[in-house]
Every structure is written in structure tokens, then in C-alpha cells.
Design a protein around this ligand. Structure first.
Ligand code: FE2
Ligand code: FE2
Length: 259
């Protein structure tokens, strides 16, 4: 079984790049299941129903999120909509809307977690995922994890903690793809960060002026996703042995497209 996991999709330019590329990539690599990091889908911050539907129609099976999932307040109620395959990180407090893991959305079970180093105060992703797996999560399906975190050390540590228990753990959030994809000794595929689907001429997908001026002046200025030009499409392809639920291989699938 082959799973394609796509990094943070930033705004309209990112969505258009996904819509332009994903159908062909799915057939080129015989992809069975697609996850997509969607916390930046709507104008770079948060999600809306329309942008989620657009990505599902483009071929995404499950949309994971991160710290920006709350930014479009009208979407919070939709986190419990059974027709929208959207997860929010599992290790928020128990009464938070939405769910952080799903094993009923296709042949692959998906877990979404968020890091604590330089991101925020959340429950321990290590303890929370241990509890979930101890409860029989997955229905025997291969499990993939999107760990939305800043620190490469925290991402690697959680991957080693889960080695042999999930098919893959991939990092998201930095919007910068890393070149460390590998299979850990017990069969879990790992990469520190998927990267993003967003503009090459940008700072993490948003306009250079807005992001740069924030550093030059010390106050927050208007930042908008770059909507056109050359877009990076960053993802990884994971080949999974369904009988063991572990990974045979992981490889980067990175493309560029003019939008
Ligand atoms: Fe992001
Ligand atoms: Fe993030």
C-alpha cells in the first residue's frame, strides 16, 4: 500500500498547486491514500469548509492540522462534522472540539499530534499516543502520524518512541522540507519535516515584505500567502507492508509548478 503525505498547503496558490499535480502523482506512484496538512489552507491561516472540500475533490483522504486550526473561528464547529475528514492535534485538552485520530476514513489510520517545544503547552504527545495505541486504535490498519512540531529533536524522539508501532511518523509545521527520510530499525518510516506547498519566492509561503518587516521593526505586519509564481510541492511517498503494518520504503516526492 502506498501513502502520499503532503506538507502544509499555504493559501490559494498552494491549493491550486495541489489541484494541478495530485491526480497525476497518484497515478504515477499508484497511491492508495493521501494525507494533507491543511492548517494554512484558507488565506494562510486556518481552514474553511470550501477549502477542505476543494482538497478532498483534489484527492486528499484525510486533512491534518496544527496550531493554526482555530484561526478561522467559523470552522471550529465543523471540526465535529462527520462528513469532513479533518483532524486537529490529539493532545489538546479532552473537551476541545474535533478529534485527533481516525481509523474509519479508509484503509489507513491517521493520528495528528502537536509538539510542545517552542509551540505551546499541550498534553504530552508521547503519553497521549501511548494511551491511544494501548486502547486498540487502528482496527488492524497501518497507522501514519503527522507530528506538527518545531524542534527536530522532539520529532525524532517521538519517531523512535513509536518505532515498530506505526508505519510512519512525519513532521510538519516548519514549512521547510528535510533530507533525513529513513526507515527506523523496527520498521517505522520517518522524516523530520514534509515541507510545504507554497511559493518559492516567499518566507514560509507568505510575502517576503510582510515577514521581513516583522523582524526589521519588531511588530507584526500584514502577511499574506503568495498566490502565484513558482510553487514548491513537498511530500513523501511511503510504501507499507499491509500484513505487518510497517514501512518498506520512504522517498521524497518534491515538485515545482508555475501557478
Ligand atoms: Fe503551517
Ligand atoms: Fe503550524
Amino acid at each position: 500500500m502506498r501513502v502520499l503525505m503532503i506538507g502544509d498547503v499555504v493559501g490559494k496558490g498552494g491549493r491550486r498547486a495541489v489541484s494541478s499535480l495530485l491526480t497525476d502523482l497518484k497515478s504515477e506512484f499508484s497511491v492508495d491514500f493521501v494525507t494533507l496538512q491543511g492548517e494554512n489552507l484558507a488565506a494562510g491561516i486556518g481552514l474553511t469548509v470550501d477549502t477542505v472540500v476543494e482538497m478532498v475533490e483534489a484527492g486528499a483522504n484525510v486533512i491534518t492540522t496544527g496550531n493554526h486550526v482555530w484561526d478561522k473561528r467559523e470552522f471550529i464547529d465543523h471540526l465535529d462534522d462527520p462528513y469532513l475528514p479533518v483532524l486537529r492535534p490529539l493532545n489538546y485538552p479532552p473537551n476541545t472540539p474535533g478529534r485527533g485520530a481516525a481509523d474509519d476514513t479508509g484503509p489507513v489510520a491517521v493520528i495528528n499530534l502537536i509538539g510542545r517545544v517552542w509551540v505551546g503547552e499541550f498534553d504530552s504527545p508521547f503519553a497521549v499516543v501511548d494511551d491511544l495505541l494501548a486502547g486498540g486504535f487502528g482496527q488492524g490498519k497501518p497507522i501514519v502520524v503527522d507530528f506538527h512540531a518545531e524542534a527536530t529533536s522532539e520529532k525524532a524522539a517521538l519517531a523512535w518512541h513509536l518505532d515498530g508501532r506505526v508505519a510512519a511518523l512525519v513532521g510538519t509545521h516548519t514549512h521547510v522540507p528535510t533530507a533525513d527520510s529513513k526507515i527506523l530499525p523496527e520498521g517505522t518510516a520517518f522524516v523530520s519535516d514534509l515541507g510545504m506547498v507554497g511559493a518559492v519566492d516567499s518566507i514560509l509561503g507568505v510575502n517576503v515584505e510582510g515577514s521581513l518587516n516583522r523582524f526589521l521593526t519588531g511588530y507584526r505586519q500584514r502577511m499574506e500567502p503568495v498566490r502565484s509564481g513558482t510553487m514548491n510541492f513537498n511530500s513523501v511517498l511511503i510504501d507499507i507492508d499491509v500484513s505487518s503494518g510497517l514501512a518498506n520504503s520512504i522517498e521524497r516526492v518534491d515538485r515545482q509548478i508555475e501557478i
